[in-house]
Design a protein around this ligand. Structure first.
Ligand code: DAH
Length: 338
C-alpha cells in the first residue's frame, strides 16, 4: 500500500516536472506504459493467491486511476500553456489603426498625355514612342541643326558619357522632334503620328524643369498645308480645353526644321483667364531638307509638324501656376486630380 502511494506521488512529481508534451509522455510510459511500473504490478497479480488478488487488484487500479488523472491534468496544463504562448506571440492589438491600402492615382501630366492620345487617335493619328537617349543626327543634324550651328544653343542639353557611331556624344533628347525623322523613315506616307514622351534640357525654374514632357505631331502627305495645321491644331485645343470659347493665333517664329515656323498662342474668350494670350506650342511646315531626311521627295510630299509641352498644357487646363508642383510628389496636390 505504502509502495503504491509512493508510486502515485512519484508519478505526480515526474509529470509536474515535464515541461514539454514529449517529456510527459515519456514519464507516462514509465508508469502505465507497456513496461511501466503499474503495468508490471498488474502482471504480477496472477502470482498472488486468489483471496489476496482482488484487494490488491483494486489498490493497483486505484493507483493507476490517480496516475491517469494526474497525467490528464498535466496534459491539459501543457496544452493551455502552449496555447497561451502562441496567442501571446501572435497577439494583435485590435485598437491599432488599420493598415490602409491607399489607392494610386493618375498624375495630372499623364492625364494630359492620355487625353492627347485619345484626341489625336480619334482623327486617325498613330501614336509612337522613341528613345530618350538619342543620337546627334536624329536630335539635331537631321532637323536642320548641324554641328556648331548657333541654333543648337536654343536647346543646350544633357549628354550621356558615351559616343554614337559618328563619334559624337549621345544627348538626352531635348525635344520629341527626332521622332518625326525616326517615324517617317520607317513608315509610308501619308504619315499621321503623334509621339508623346520625356525630354531633357538644362533649365530649372517655376515654368521649366530639367525633365519635362512634349508631344510631337507630324502629318505628311501630298498636299498637307499650313491651313491643315491651323485647322487641326485649333480643333485639338478646343477638344483639349473642352471649350469653343478660345481663339488661336499663329505668330511667326524660327525653328531650323520648319519653314514657315510659328509659335501658337491661344486666348480664352470667357472665364477667369479671359483676354490673355498664352503661348502653347511650336509648329510649322516641315522644311524640305527635313522631308529629304525622312527619305521622301520634298517635291512630292509636304506637311506640318508641331511640338507642345505637356506640363504647359496641363498647367493651363487646371490653372496651375508652378510647374515644380508636378515633380514634388506632394499628395495634397496630386489627390486633387483623382
Ligand atoms: N522641338 C521644338 C522645341 O522643343 C518644338 C517644335 C517646334 C516642334 C516646331 C515642332 C515644330 O515639330 O514644328 O522647342
Amino acid at each position: 500500500m505504502q509502495e503504491l502511494t509512493e508510486l502515485v506521488e512519484s508519478a505526480q512529481r515526474d509529470f509536474a516536472q515535464a515541461e514539454q508534451p514529449a517529456a510527459l509522455e515519456d514519464a507516462k510510459a514509465r508508469y502505465i506504459g507497456k513496461t511501466g511500473r503499474i503495468t508490471m504490478l498488474m502482471k504480477e497479480l496472477g502470482k498472488l493467491p486468489a483471496e489476496e488478488r482482488r484487494a490488491r487488484g483494486q489498490q493497483i487500479n486505484s493507483a493507476k486511476q490517480q496516475i491517469e488523472a494526474a497525467l490528464n491534468a498535466r496534459r491539459e496544463q501543457l496544452a493551455e500553456a502552449a496555447l497561451a504562448k502562441k496567442l501571446e506571440s501572435e497577439a494583435i492589438d485590435v485598437t491599432l489603426p488599420g493598415r490602409l491600402r491607399s489607392e494610386g492615382g493618375i498624375h495630372p501630366v499623364m492625364r494630359t498625355w492620355m487625353r492627347i492620345e485619345e484626341i489625336f487617335r480619334s482623327i486617325g493619328f498613330d501614336v509612337a514612342d522613341g528613345p530618350e537617349i538619342e543620337n546627334d543626327w536624329f536630335s539635331f543634324t537631321s532637323l536642320g541643326n548641324p554641328p556648331d550651328h548657333p541654333a543648337r544653343s536654343m536647346q543646350d542639353t544633357f549628354y550621356v558619357d558615351r559616343n554614337d557611331d559618328d563619334g559624337r556624344p549621345l544627348p538626352l533628347r531635348p525635344h520629341t522632334s527626332p521622332m518625326q525623322v525616326r517615324y517617317a523613315r520607317t513608315h509610308e506616307p501619308p504619315i499621321k503620328v503623334i509621339a508623346p514622351g520625356r525630354t531633357y534640357r538644362v533649365d530649372s525654374d517655376a515654368t521649366h524643369s530639367p525633365m519635362f514632357h512634349q508631344v510631337e505631331g507630324l502629318w505628311i502627305g501630298e498636299n498637307v498645308s499650313f491651313t491643315d495645321l491651323k485647322g487641326v491644331y485649333s480643333d485639338f485645343l478646343r477638344c483639349f480645353f473642352e471649350t469653343n470659347d478660345l481663339v488661336v493665333r499663329f505668330r511667326p517664329s524660327y525653328f531650323p526644321f520648319t519653314e514657315p515656323s510659328v509659335e501658337v498662342d491661344m486666348m480664352f474668350t470667357s472665364g477667369a483667364r479671359k483676354g490673355k494670350w498664352l503661348e502653347i506650342s511650336g509648329a510649322g511646315e516641315v522644311h524640305p531638307n527635313v522631308v529629304r531626311n525622312f527619305g521622301l521627295d520634298p517635291e512630292k510630299y509636304m506637311g506640318f509638324a508641331f511640338g507642345s509641352g505637356l506640363e504647359r498644357l496641363t498647367m493651363l487646363r487646371y490653372g496651375i501656376d508652378d510647374l515644380r508642383l508636378f515633380f514634388e510628389g506632394d499628395l495634397r496636390f496630386l489627390r486633387q486630380f483623382n
